[in-house]
Design a protein around this ligand. Sequence first.
Ligand SMILES: *Cc1c(COP(=O)(O)O)cnc(C)c1O
Length: 441
Amino acid sequence: MKYYSTNKQAPEVDLQEAVIKGLAPDKGLYMPESIKLLPASFYENITRFSFQEIAYEVASAFFGEDLDAVNLRDIVNETLNFDAPVVRVSESIYALELFHGPTLAFKDVGARFMARLLKYFIQQKGIKQVHVLVATSGDTGSAVANGFLGVEGIHVYVLYPKGKVSAIQECQFTTLGQNITALEVDGTFDDCQSLVKSAFLDVELNDQLRLTSANSINVARFLPQAFYYFYAYAQLRKQGIEGNIVCCVPSGNFGNITAGLVARQMGLPIQRFIAANNQNDVFLHYLLTGVYHPRPAIQTLANAMDVGAPSNFDRILDLYHHDHAAVTQIISGFSCDDESIRKTIQTCDQQTGYLLDPHGACAYAALLYGLRANETGLFLETAHPAKFKDTVEEITGKPVDIPSRLQAFMAGKKQTVELSRDFQDFKKFLLEFNDIRGVKQ
Ligand SMILES: *Cc1c(COP(=O)(O)O)cnc(C)c1O
């Protein structure tokens, strides 16, 4: 399968190149040249399949030409070694719980798949070692670090701003050891990001080390997110629900919802989508006016959605051929301020006993507001409430149970390397760490 750039100014590439490159040379995002309709027999039998079996069928449609069946099946099975249950929350609203993976957030699926696909490609090419650089303000670092943990031939460097990440987030990427190195940068998230960018542009460094990125625009992180939409549909069908399903997705960079839109183009019977935002609602503005105005992000309780310029916006435009009317026919928007997030967590807990996290709360609020009488709402619960323990406990006034796998991280020993925000320090570290001497000044 070939992948084209949404900017259409770069040549088409194969999967291997799209995965290793990440971003196209014209700064566009890669998209698969065709989105295959899955056969009717797949939908007829979907309730009999396991999560892994469903995911394999979907994965084959995209990656089946580039990978043999045995390896693809192994990658899918290793990625999805946890469940994604659909749980009934209220009369016509269900939660798709995507927090049962190792870091308790949905990014585990994409990160784990990408790590294994990258490993496969570097083995195919006979490359010994690849170095993944990732800057994080919290959640991405943990998903990527854990996704790549123990994957042979790949070393991950997580750069994070010292003192600006919550203790729970920090322990999820600083206690791992093995092939994961946490770099504690004396600076801001933007400093971390610019260190990574400078590294990709540094000729000497790139001569010595094969550097790559694992950010969310990579097709190998983006497409696997389609898997759980199919599995959720299968679970709803088992509960007797078939038609008028509305999918509501808490959105930041819009990778997750775009994967859902791709699933719909593969024939998955989702009636429509709601993109739930916090106060960073440039997408809602686009839906209402047809004008896209990125703006600086503001800080909210649902911090993984604090994005002012959603990176996957171009993929949505591309899917609907830049036709605003076509986009608004399928997707509606919603904006939830911190006050509504608090209220929603509180009333949902009181009325249904279901504990939302701040991101899921935006989506639940969107469904309460926008679900029509004959529809069933399915919202994606993208993180476990324990990841936002302090906020959630303050709102509900009740202690939040911490799952044992999160406790295990918290018990681990923090190991970091402290760095300044000066690029020369970072470069020197990378070369010395990999035992490469003779650094030119
Ligand atoms: C990353 C993240 C989101 C936003 O997902 P996008 O694919 O960027 O839209 C929502 N909720 C949580 C908990 C996240 O970590």
